[in-house]
Design a binder for this molecule. Structure first.
Ligand code: SF4
Ligand code: SF4
Length: 136
């Protein structure tokens, strides 16, 4: 079963092909394709490095994020709280899409994402998140 950390549930919906390396981007696309092709596919919510981190150059030898592990963990907790998710429980991708549309508003998105470099360069926004989810 796939393992995903909470803030990646937003990243996956906003991914446009950019990433930390080619290996990161192709793995991210593979994960997204797996869930898009089978929306009932379940993953386990994990409180640490996940199937996306595993191909990221920012993951250090202690399996922590060199971009600021505490900051990332805080973001995960925030997203899990907003989407009412419980660590180690299993969820389907489509269920998460419904929860994002229902529970995440612009203010919550800003709290989670406004300090991220991808937000700062304009690749992620609440409007795009809603548009991508509504299109599926
Ligand atoms: S702004 Fe950063 S954390 Fe938020 S969805 Fe985009 S890449 Fe993920
Ligand atoms: S290691 Fe850090 S930067 Fe890389 S995917 Fe995981 S949380 Fe994101």
């Amino acid at each position: 079963m796939y393992k995903l950390r909470a803030h990646h549930l937003l990243c996956m919906r906003l991914f446009v092909g950019e990433g930390y390396s080619d290996a990161f981007a192709s793995n991210m696309q593979r994960c997204i394709d797996a869930f898009t092709n089978e929306p009932s596919l379940e993953f386990q919510l994990v409180p640490a490095c996940d199937d996306i981190c595993m191909h990221c150059p920012n993951l250090n030898s202690s399996y922590q994020c060199s971009q600021g592990d505490q900051n990332i963990l805080h973001k995960d907790r925030l997203v899990a709280e907003i989407l009412e998710l419980k660590m180690l429980d299993s969820y389907s991708y489509s269920e998460i899409g419904d929860k994002i549309l229902k529970l995440m508003k612009n203010a919550e998105f800003e709290r989670c994402c406004s300090t991220c470099k991808w937000y700062e360069v304009g690749l992620c926004s609440f409007d795009n998140l809603v548009a991508n989810l509504s299109a599926n």
